[in-house]
Design a protein around this ligand. Structure first.
Ligand code: NDP
Length: 485
């Protein structure tokens, strides 16, 4: 079993307190690594390293071109090591290797995108009514504290690090306690490709021990968080004292809406892909499947039949379509919602532990039909392979149910009627709406939620904006005194 170390100030170090956290393989339940249980002392070391790299040293002197080149070099290393990184990711999270390969490719693409964007941050000349030149300059926000979840560990790290570094920030990143391995592997590339020490720091540990001190540390200027709405609320409260800039990418209970005129085969496929990809551990999972009444019975029958054919298996088996969920805690959570669903609605597929696995956190992909939108199974985020199918009658009813949720991350609508599609797109309160598809996510396009799914946008030019301050510069062109007094 490997004992790994955190990455602070350009070095791999143990925690100050010397505690360790186990890293569990969710398919075998074996501990296959240990990482330091970081504490406030470790966060302090990392924040000081990041502060000093931001305020002095080589980083403030780097040009946007240099920062872009470093991000390209990092992407090259990721691509060169992609098979190893994908295997590590699949083993650590339980996701199928084929999906992990997509994640690693997207991770490299994210660093490449922001490598290019580093030189496209532009200021303005402001048309002020005076004999003056008024400029708006864009400057890095400073030290970014970044806290991420376990469902897409390396990709979430890239979504946070790439725009921050392109903007000229330095970073303290905390991966989820369950899935720290690929972030630590990434750290072996930082100084090797040329990042000055202290620019990127990775602190391992749990939320209380290492996450909370990031939010309150006085040397950290901004917190970027992806995770649950419950923790997002705590972060917002704790960031208030130091008026940190905060961006929150939180959970969802996203509606996937199927009208009767949708292509039936594509619809069934899209409903399954929308909710079961990555074991359903997806913030934008289409976990509320809204189906128009004329096709409802046929739809539920086909969905249940196809769900029963989904191949569960070991993450490293290339035929596996669904692996175990990430942890014992997540397993218990999904099992609990399977039982809640049985009390609230009609179970048509799954509903228990997956058969045929002696060990591992395997749960059956589960479908509940005839779900009422007021029930827990329709309102609470499961973050696992559990879908609630809800019948509706007509467009207005679909929109009302879709919006009847505290969340607003994503939605999808399936229909061949472009007029109806566009009316629904406009009416649904969500940060992302897919039409006749669900889940494709691109670094070039914005990502983020409405309502309790958070605020701020990641990816695209929107992502780098969140790491920039705007400085107004007023240059007086009159050579005379102001002459007021
Ligand atoms: P959590 O909110 O439990 O944890 C997210 C991160 O926050 C982890 O690193 C966690 O540490 C840390 N954390 C926990 N408590 C605190 C605290 N008090 N202060 C600071 N940090 C803390 O979410 P999960 O990891 O369980 O991830 C699932 C959630 O993430 C879902 O709700 C999902 O929808 C959301 N998500 C949203 C995405 C989006 O883009 N909108 C994308 C992906 C996921 P640790 O786990 O180590 O204790």
């Amino acid at each position: 079993m490997q004992r790994l170390r955190m990455h602070i100030g350009g070095e791999f170090v143990e925690g100050v307190r010397k505690g360790w956290l186990p890293v569990i393989d969710p398919s075998t339940e074996d501990t296959f690594a240990e990482v330091p249980a970081g504490t406030a002392e470790d966060v302090d070391r990392a924040a000081r390293a990041a502060r000093s790299a931001f305020d002095s040293g080589d980083w403030p002197a780097t040009t946007a071109q240099d920062r872009g080149r470093l991000l390209f070099k990092l992407a090259d290393r990721i691509r060169a090591e992609a098979p190893r990184l994908a295997e590590l990711e699949a083993r650590n999270c339980g996701k199928p290797i084929v999906e992990a390969e997509f994640d690693i490719n997207d991770t490299a693409t994210c660093f490449e995108y922001y490598g290019g964007l580093a030189t496209k941050v532009l200021g303005h000349v402001n048309p002020v009514p005076d004999n003056a030149l008024s400029l708006s300059l864009r400057e890095p926000v400073g030290v970014a504290g970044q806290i991420i979840p376990w469902n897409y560990p390396l990709l979430m790290a890239a979504w946070k690090l790439a725009p921050a570094l392109a903007a000229g920030c330095t970073c303290v990143l905390k991966p989820a306690e369950q899935t720290p391995l690929t972030a630590l592997e990434l750290a072996t590339f930082f100084e090797a490709v040329g990042f000055p020490p202290g620019v990127i720091n990775i602190v391992t540990g749990d939320g209380e021990g290492a996450g909370a001190p990031i939010v309150t540390h006085p040397s950290i200027d901004k917190v970027a968080f992806t995770g649950s709405a419950a923790v997002g609320k705590i972060i917002l409260r704790n960031a208030a004292d130091s008026i940190k800039r905060v961006t929150l990418e939180l959970g969802g209970k996203s509606p996937n809406i199927f009208f009767a005129d949708a292509d039936f085969e594509a619809a069934i496929d899209g409903a399954l892909f929308g909710v079961f990809i990555n074991q359903g551990e997806v913030c934008s999972a289409g976990s509320r499947i809204l189906v128009e009444k004329p096709i409802y019975s046929k739809f539920v029958e086909a969905l249940a039949a196809k769900t029963k054919t989904i191949r569960l298996g070991a993450p490293l088996d290339r035929e596996t379509k669904m692996g175990p969920v990430v942890s014992a805690e997540q397993y218990e959570r999904v099992r609990e919602y399977q039982e809640i669903g049985k009390r609230e609605a009609r179970l048509v597929a799954g509903g228990g532990r997956a058969e045929g696995f002696k060990k591992g956190f395997y749960v059956q992909p589960t479908i509940f039909a005839d779900v009422d939108n007021s029930t827990r199974i329709a309102r609470e985020e499961v973050f696992g392979p559990v879908a609630a199918v809800i019948p509706f009658e007509g467009e207005a009813n679909a929109i009302r149910i879709a919006n009847d949720t505290p969340y607003g991350l994503a939605a999808a609508v399936w229909s061949r009627d472009i007029f109806r599609v566009m009316r629904v797109v406009k009416a649904v309160r969500a940060g992302i709406v897919w039409v006749n598809h669900m889940q494709p996510t691109y670094v070039e396009a914005p990502w983020g939620g409405y309502k309790q799914s958070g605020f701020g946008r990641e990816l695209g030019p929107w992502g780098i904006e969140e790491y920039l301050e705007t400085k107004q510069v007023h240059i007086n062109l009159n050579e005379q005194p102001i002459g007021w007094y």
